[in-house]
Ligand binder design. Structure first.
Ligand code: HEC
Ligand code: HEC
Length: 208
């Protein structure tokens, strides 16, 4: 009798002790969220919407909370009026307009396209994951990959890519995809630099 319970106690202790260690690498799964839902928050902060607005449900001092009582056209005009396009530094005016529209869609995906529970989930993510999600959008990975049903399907769906590859592999693949698929269309992203690549890998690691 006693030894049996002993084992249970040992198992319980291991589980309890191990839990905080695992949660250090705390980034829980984000595969239920599309990329724009997460990247939209980084954009909200980067475009300095926070100078006049709070993300809280109620006004905070001078900063107003946002409900979506306005239509798309009003919203796009408001965003254009109050902020520069930051996602990409395009040369042609056609591309600039496209990027501006993409920013508006990303902001909408975050502000209006998330439930309260999803907003909370996004708020608990580490900075690396956020920035990685933003870099993913900035570098147009979505033109070839899908996450949570959004993007294009030229390359594999990445919604659960972290259950297939670890972080080290993901990083190596960003540096030189040809080492794994010699004829691949996927370009190398080496020129983004170590920090950015680590952040993209951190984001991809949450897709499990
Ligand atoms: C200089 C201050 C300022 C900045 C910067 C600013 N806004 Fe606003 N925003 C306002 C004001 C003032 C209103 C209310 C305007 C009105 O009701 O006509 C408003 C209204 C809104 C609304 C509508 C809220 C509602 O209840 O209908 C949304 C959504 C919004 N802003 C989003 C943004 C986003 C996203 C950004 C960043 C790109 C941004 N704003 C930047 C001042 C600002
Ligand atoms: C031009 C299209 C294209 C772009 C842009 C692109 N990829 Fe890929 N990617 C692919 C293809 C195709 C594959 C599959 C490898 C092959 O060719 O067999 C792939 C493979 C991958 C894999 C491995 C998937 C798996 O299931 O094994 C990851 C992870 C990945 N890409 C991430 C990214 C990220 C992150 C970006 C942006 C920084 C990006 N890709 C940009 C086309 C692309």
């Amino acid at each position: 009798m006693v030894p049996k319970y002993h084992w249970l106690a040992v198992l319980a202790a291991i589980t309890l002790l191990a839990a905080p260690v695992f949660s250090q690498d705390k980034n829980t799964s984000t595969s239920n969220l599309s990329n724009p839902q997460i990247a939209g928050k980084q954009l909200f902060v980067g475009k300095e919407c926070t100078a006049c607005h709070t993300l809280a449900e109620k006004d905070e001092g001078e900063k107003t909370a946002m409900q979506s009582t306005r239509d798309d056209e009003w919203f796009a005009g408001h965003v254009a009026e109050h902020s520069e396009v930051i996602l990409r530094d395009d040369r042609s005016s056609r591309r600039k307009r496209r990027t501006a529209a993409e920013e508006v869609d990303m902001l909408r995906a975050y502000l209006d396209g998330t439930t309260a529970a999803e907003k909370k989930q996004i708020d608990s993510m580490s900075e690396d994951v956020f920035k990685g999600a933003y870099l993913y959008a900035q570098n147009k990975c979505q033109n070839c990959h899908m996450i949570a049903g959004e993007g294009k399907d030229i390359g594999p769906d990445l919604s659960r890519v972290a259950s297939k590859h670890d972080r080290a592999w993901l990083l190596k693949n960003l540096l030189d995809p040809k080492q794994f698929a010699p004829d691949t269309e996927m370009p190398s992203y080496e020129e983004l630099g170590e920090q950015a690549l680590n952040q993209i890998a951190a984001y991809l690691t949450t897709l499990k």
